[in-house]
Design a protein around this ligand. Structure first.
Ligand SMILES: *[C@@H]1O[C@H](CO)[C@@H](O)[C@H](O)[C@H]1NC(C)=O
Ligand SMILES: *[C@@H]1O[C@H](CO)[C@@H](O)[C@H](O)[C@H]1NC(C)=O
Length: 448
């Protein structure tokens, strides 16, 4: 009954809205529409940060001169080389082809885009498709524009560029990207590369490399957004005076958590934290002195990494995540912890459902670690991954994304994670409803 009432109320509101629009004549008198228009103007005057924020000044100048500066491939520009050399390498700074972004930006009209969100990922080996699917999920649901910072091994870099440039205009209006080579700024690069899976240690250097970025969300390649990234991004504003990063606990149940049972090094809190989804205020990270077990006066992030690694390298199992756990063990006041539905892993369902937040509001970010998107061990995860990967951009999301996932989910109900379909599907359904409603409202809005 209550649902019926809601539907009626929504229908009536919508009817009144239409009536106002059609009868009212001057649409600009409508406060809602006025607001949308103002946003649009704001947005047009405030475009993406100039490429100089992304690479060396010289390369940026080159990029600005040559085109729009969108889609700059910042390879080799990180090292702030001398101007002449950077220009000579201008061939690798591809500021090409995306000028259409400045013309057609229909999707962004509904957003209050005062700020661009930054999303960083490190992709090595055969992670191209997985990474692209992650990026796609971020774009499908998010409201504000996103700047991608993609750190990729050499053979992958041109493939990213090619694939991203194929995405439809309506989608490319919502993002901008830079591709960077893998680089480690302190210590022995080969040694860092070997730490944990290829290239993962790169993430530790983001505050040092992306000097002009204030804040960013780092995610592993095997992460899928089932909800606007905006909702997590907002947490940056909830940080108190000392917090500078946010992560979810590694486990909800200490008895079966990995760190609480096996770790031979200090870790954060009761179960440690998982670094697969990590919000960082880079400005704060760069300006903080971190307490540690080596130097009483504290060390800057940049100076801390190598000694920390040297001290613990024989005791760590999960590479960079372990180092982060050690850092926040000694600096707990610097970490904001968010709930498990923002970093939902097979661990949360394969021993029985133990993520309360996801049971209540559904999974917000799915993290298919242990390779579960690519094997048959946890079909529930794979169904969601396949659904997003195969969704043709611009199709109806309910028809071509939600319903297929829902249908295929039926086949997984006999598996450990598949028997709680609501946990997986609740948030994604809610998100799609929202996107759908916004699209309808947008269509009603007059085009100038
Ligand atoms: C990050 O921290 C700096 C310094 O405290 C602050 O000025 C900035 O607004 C913060 N960024 C975000 C997105 O909250
Ligand atoms: C911020 O919160 C953390 C824990 O949530 C706490 O340890 C720290 O003291 C707080 N900092 C300030 C300045 O209130």
């Amino acid at each position: 009954m209550r649902i019926h009432c809601k539907v009626v109320v929504i229908a009536v509101c919508f009817g009144v809205f239409l009536l106002l629009y059609f009868l009212g004549g001057n649409a600009a008198d409508d406060p809602l529409l006025k607001e949308v228009e103002e946003d649009q103007e704001e947005e047009d005057s405030e475009s993406f940060p100039s490429p100089s924020k992304l690479g060396s000044d010289a390369a940026a100048k080159f990029a600005r001169k040559s085109a729009t500066g969108v889609g700059v491939r910042a390879e080799e520009t990180l090292k702030r080389e001398k101007e002449g050399r950077a220009i000579k390498r201008g061939g690798s700074v591809k500021a090409k082809s995306r000028s259409r972004n400045n013309v057609a930006r229909p999707v962004s009209k509904r957003t209050r885009a005062q700020e661009v969100m930054h999303l960083a990922v490190v992709a090595c080996g055969n992670r191209l498709d997985e990474t692209l699917t992650m990026l796609k999920s971020a774009l499908l649901f998010s409201l504000k524009k996103i700047k991608f910072h993609i750190f990729a091994e050499d053979p992958l870099a041109p493939q990213f560029e090619e694939r991203l440039n194929q995405w439809p205009v309506s989608v490319s209006a919502k993002f901008q990207y830079s591709i960077y080579p893998i680089s480690f700024s302190v210590g022995n690069a080969e040694e860092w590369k070997k730490l944990f899976k290829p290239c993962a240690a790169q993430r530790l250097f983001l505050p040092v490399i992306l000097k002009d970025v204030d804040s960013l969300l780092y995610v592993d390649t095997d992460v899928l957004f089932l909800r606007p990234m905006d909702d997590l991004w907002r947490l940056l504003k909830s940080f108190n005076g000392t917090q500078l990063a946010a992560m979810a606990p590694e486990h909800e149940v200490p008895k079966i958590g990995w760190y609480s049972r096996f770790a031979r090094h200090p870790y954060y809190g009761v179960t440690g934290v998982n670094s697969g989804v990590m919000l960082m205020n880079l400005t704060r990270i760069r300006s903080t002195l971190f307490k540690n077990s080596m130097i009483p006066s504290g060390l800057s992030w940049e100076d801390l990494l190598h000694p920390l690694y040297q001290k613990y390298k024989n005791h760590i199992t999960w590479g960079d995540q372990d180092l982060l756990n050690i850092i926040f063990h000694y600096n707990p006041e610097c970490l904001y912890t968010f709930a498990c539905q923002w970093n939902y892993r097979p661990d949360h369902c394969m021993y029985g459902s133990n993520c309360k937040g996801a049971e209540e509001e559904g999974v917000s970010i799915l993290h298919g670690n242990r390779g579960v998107y690519h094997d048959d061990k946890q079909p529930a995860f794979k169904v969601v991954y396949d659904g997003i990967r195969d969704f043709p951009f611009e199709d109806n999301m309910f028809q071509s994304l939600f319903f297929p996932i829902q249908t295929k989910f039926l086949d997984t109900v006999n598996t450990l994670c598949g028997r709680i379909p609501q946990v997986f599907l609740k948030q994604i359904e809610k998100t799609m409803k929202k996107v759908f409603e916004e699209k309808v409202v947008r269509h009603v809005k007059p085009r100038k």
